[in-house]
Structure formats: structure tokens, C-alpha cells
Design a protein around this ligand. Structure first.
Ligand code: C5P
Length: 237
């Protein structure tokens, strides 16, 4: 059953907490990305931990293996469900992060988080890929990086829903996919390039659908989230 993840991309901690409160009954996963992490990380983690809701730390760690592992060890203490690194950091870095997550969780007596690897950002177009020297299209790059992530001990990848079915087919359905760039029909794409609707993403095999602005900027975030959950459930019913 696919899960809905709400990106708490808001500048103000009071607003983030209001959103978590308003959405509480929907049993969602909350994504703490760079904006809340750098702006008010300790406060939002305390809040999420006190409310006992699942969260995903979208830290997108990308550094030398020792530093990446040390960063992951700091994040694991928040009892997170998922944490991530950039696959472009390479195999040794992903392996160090995955090992660090498991070892630190064991030391703390916690369930180890999933370590996911970001393949290709969903905001990147074909032109952007070529500008940074990545040959081939987004799918080829995402598939190659997903195999590397699997071989390096990650439990899944962050990718576009356009790539989820191919990755599942090539690597196996147990390898998890978390897909940002989800846009309900009629909502603005913003800076996202490779988007899908919630029902298309569920059909493509996405395990976690990440939605930010279509919920956080909606006049009624609860109604927006409910509509997305309804659309997801219709596919699996
Ligand atoms: O507002 P929107 O639905 O576009 O938010 C998507 C979220 O997912 C943002 O927090 C963004 O940082 C994150 N993300 C992404 N593409 C990736 C990885 C993470 O859009 N490949």
C-alpha cells in the first residue's frame, strides 16, 4: 500500500506544526527537508517525536564517506523512518551511510531507518542532465544509479514516478521507490519537470508519494491531502 508523504517545506515552525496538527488524523509521513532542517530542525523533530508520527529526513547527504556516515549517525537519533543520500556521492559513500544507519540504530535500540539514494532530481530536464555531464536520459541515469544504490546497501531510491516501474522491474518489487514530483490534475507544476498524478504514480509502483506545495499551499490542506489519499486508494481498491 503506497504511503503519502507531505513535504513540510514552510519557513516558519509554527506553520509546520499547524500542518502536522491539522493532518494528524490522516496518518501521513512528514518530510523534513532542507528548509525545516536548517531553519528549525531540533524543534520540528521534538514535535514530530512527541506526536509519534513517522518522518523522513530529506537531508540529501552528499560528502566524503566518513562525513556522510557521521551526518547519518546524527540524524538517526531522531528515530526517523527514512533518511537519504545522493547516489552521485558514489558507492563507498552510500555503503558508509547505510552501515552507519544500521549500527547507530542498533546502539540506540531503535528500528534502523531506510536509507534511500536520490537518483536524478525530479526538477532536472534532459538539458540539465547534459549540462552537468550526465549522458543519456533521466530513466537511464536513474536505473544505473538505482542498481548502484541497491548494491551499496540502500533499501530504495528517490526518483521520478516515471522511473519507478522500470526500476521495480529491473531490481525487484522489494526495492522501494519514493517519488516527488506528484501533481494532482490541474495543479501547478512549479519547478518540477517530470511529474505524475497520484493515481499514475501508484500504478507505476511508487511506494511513497511525496507532495509538498499542492498540500501546503492549498486553501484547505486537509481537503487537498484527503483528495490525494482517495485517488491513491481507488487504484488499490
Ligand atoms: O512542492 P513539491 O511537491 O514540488 O515538493 C517536492 C519535495 O520533494 C521538495 O521538498 C523537494 O525538495 C523534494 N524532492 C524533489 N525531487 C527529488 C528529491 C526531493 O522534488 N528528486
Amino acid at each position: 500500500m503506497a504511503q503519502l508523504v507531505v513535504a513540510l517545506d514552510v519557513p516558519n515552525p509554527d506553520r509546520a506544526e499547524q500542518l502536522v496538527d491539522a493532518l494528524y488524523d490522516l496518518d501521513l509521513v512528514y518530510k523534513v527537508g532542507m528548509e525545516p532542517l536548517y531553519g528549525y530542525g531540533e524543534r520540528i523533530f521534538s514535535y514530530l517525536e512527541a506526536r509519534d508520527v513517522r518522518h523522513f529526513i530529506d537531508a540529501k547527504v552528499h560528502d566524503i564517506p566518513r562525513t556522510a556516515a557521521a551526518a547519518i549517525k546524527q540524524l538517526v537519533r531522531h528515530g526517523t523512518h527514512i533518511v537519504n543520500v545522493h547516489a552521485l556521492g558514489g558507492s563507498a559513500m552510500m555503503r558508509a551511510a547505510a552501515d552507519a544507519a544500521r549500527e547507530r540504530a542498533q546502539e540506540l535500540g531503535m528500528t534502523p531507518p531506510h536509507v534511500f539514494a536520490v537518483t536524478v532530481l525530479t526538477s532536472m530536464s534532459a538539458g540539465d542532465l547534459s549540462d552537468v555531464g550526465l549522458h543519456g536520459d533521466a530513466l537511464e541515469n536513474a536505473m544505473r544509479l538505482a542498481r548502484l544504490a541497491r548494491d551499496s546497501g540502500c533499501s530504495g531510491v528517490v526518483c521520478s514516478a516515471h522511473e519507478a516501474a522500470g526500476i521495480k522491474a529491473a531490481i525487484g518489487s522489494d526495492f522501494l521507490t519514493l517519488t516527488p514530483g506528484i501533481r494532482p490534475g490541474g495543479s501547478a507544476h512549479g519547478d518540477q519537470q517530470r511529474v505524475m498524478t497520484p493515481s499514475q504514480a501508484v500504478r507505476a509502483g511508487s511506494d511513497y508519494l511525496v507532495v509538498g506545495r499542492p498540500i501546503t499551499e492549498a486553501a484547505d490542506p486537509v481537503a487537498a491531502a484527503r483528495a490525494i489519499l482517495d485517488e491513491m486508494q481507488k487504484v488499490t481498491a
